[in-house]
Design a binder for this molecule. Structure first.
Ligand code: GLC
Length: 420
């Protein structure tokens, strides 16, 4: 297949544009997802800054009174999706769980690169209280006080929904409460590229558990069968605090509170390093044990200043080791692990957002050549297979959703040096 057979990244964005937000992919993800909209904004910013700010604002839509920003805003969208609004049944026409707080770092990047300074300033001012309320919620309701880590109560909160890291903390979940239901994802995508049925049942069981608590997720932290301190949310939360300090200072806002989240967050993230794995790992907070397996998000702390030089060196070695086993970097999961699966989502395929995060991290820590390798591989994959959701790390096959918005947005911006 050649690049002529694929829609251009810009056409992908236009195809998935719903006016004030962009759906991740028309058939499989027909609503507004939190961290997707943040990434998608960088694509819009390359040719329509106003639309980029609208997208960032949309990413915070349906924010709950508590400050929590739900992972899906169902809005008035329609489409075949399970679990949809009726199953979640929250007062906000949204899900009752969150996702990585990526809007703040991306808002800062769009703000710094903006040509229309007046627009950028007023749009950032509109976003500011929403971003602060979300960050405050993460570092209060979801704070693990002993460590400074942010806790997650559902695998879908971590963004890496079906990562093998969740196998063990999900193993004790009782699925007898799950009624008969019909999955919609496997009607759109080959089931071998999607989570296995038992995993989906467990996710649904957790949803039922959270719903029975009225989505009081602080109570969930104390009672929910699944509580993890995850490397993705915690890395992005630290990055978000850093971004808010910088943005807030520029906007003339008081950032003392955010600075305290930054301090907690950094201390917490540092505790996730594993000498066994030579990467950062998530923790199962129910058993208070590290989940000692390496996933792509084990590299995400590189986006912050938390890793020591020795840890950066170990991550370089680990990436090179994975690179020797696969043709394209970076597999989303350790290619020598028995649970590795090059075609199933988050169990092995390459994700372009992960490459972008890790490339940013290696640039920050003085390894531009590794950042370049991640960029080159991402570019080759998209040229070969189009703006797919994820890619086989051996042969580059496009997998999962087609015309996937964040892949397109990063191809328009990161691939062309439009964002750092
Ligand atoms: C999948 C991904 C999640 C993403 C969503 C919409 O569920 O795991 O990270 O936000 O799709 O693209």
């Amino acid at each position: 297949m050649t690049s002529e057979d694929h829609l251009s990244p810009k056409d992908v964005l236009l195809l998935n544009d719903r006016g004030d937000h962009t759906v991740p992919a028309a058939r499989i993800y027909p609503f507004r997802w939190l961290w997707d909209s943040a990434l998608i904004a960088v694509g819009w910013a390359t040719f329509d800054e106003r639309r980029a700010w609208t997208e960032l604002d949309a990413s915070m839509s349906a924010q709950w009174e508590s400050g929590m920003v739900p992972h899906i805003d169902f809005g008035d969208g329609a489409g075949s999706y399970f679990p949809g609004p009726a199953t979640w049944n929250t007062p906000y026409n949204s899900t009752g769980i969150t996702q990585p707080p990526l809007t703040a770092p991306i808002a800062l990047a769009v703000y710094k690169a903006a040509r229309d300074r007046d627009l950028a300033r007023s749009a950032a001012m509109t976003l500011w209280p929403k971003l602060v309320a979300f960050q405050s919620w993460l570092y209060s309701v979801r704070l693990h006080e002993e460590t400074g880590l942010v806790l997650s109560v559902h695998p879908w909160e971590t963004g890496l929904d079906n990562s093998p890291a969740w196998e063990q903390p999900m193993s004790a979940i009782d699925t007898t409460v799950v009624p008969t239901y019909v999955r919609k994802d496997t009607t759109h995508i080959d089931h071998t590229e999607r989570p296995p049925q038992l995993f989906y049942d467990r996710c649904y069981a957790l949803l039922i558990d959270l719903k029975s608590n009225g989505y009081d997720t602080r109570a969930a932290v104390d009672q929910c069968p699944f509580v993890v301190a995850d490397t993705c949310i915690n890395s992005i939360a630290v990055e978000a605090s850093e971004a808010l300090v910088e943005l807030g200072r520029d906007l003339g806002q008081d950032v003392a509170e955010i600075e305290s989240y930054l301090e907690h967050g950094r201390a917490g993230l540092a505790t996730l390093w594993s000498d066994n794995v030579n990467a950062f790992v998530s923790w199962d907070m129910r058993t208070n044990k590290p989940i000692d397996i390496a996933t792509c998000s084990g590299f995400f702390p590189l986006m912050t200043d938390v890793p020591s030089p020795a840890q950066v060196g170990a991550l370089v070695t680990l990436m090179n080791k994975w690179g020797a086993k696969t043709r394209y970097l970076l597999p989303s999961f350790d290619p020598s692990h028995e649970l590795f699966d090059p075609r199933r989502y988050w169990c092995g395929p390459v994700w372009i957002n992960a490459n972008y995060f890790i490339a940013k991290g290696f640039t920050r820590h003085g390894h531009p050549e590794l950042a370049q390798r991640l960029l080159d591989d991402a570019r080759r994959l998209v040229e070969m297979s189009g703006s797919r959701e994820y890619f086989d790390p051996f042969n580059g096959d496009g997998l999962g959703g087609v015309e996937f918005s964040w892949t397109a947005a990063l191809a328009m911006s990161w691939f062309n040096g439009a964002i750092a």
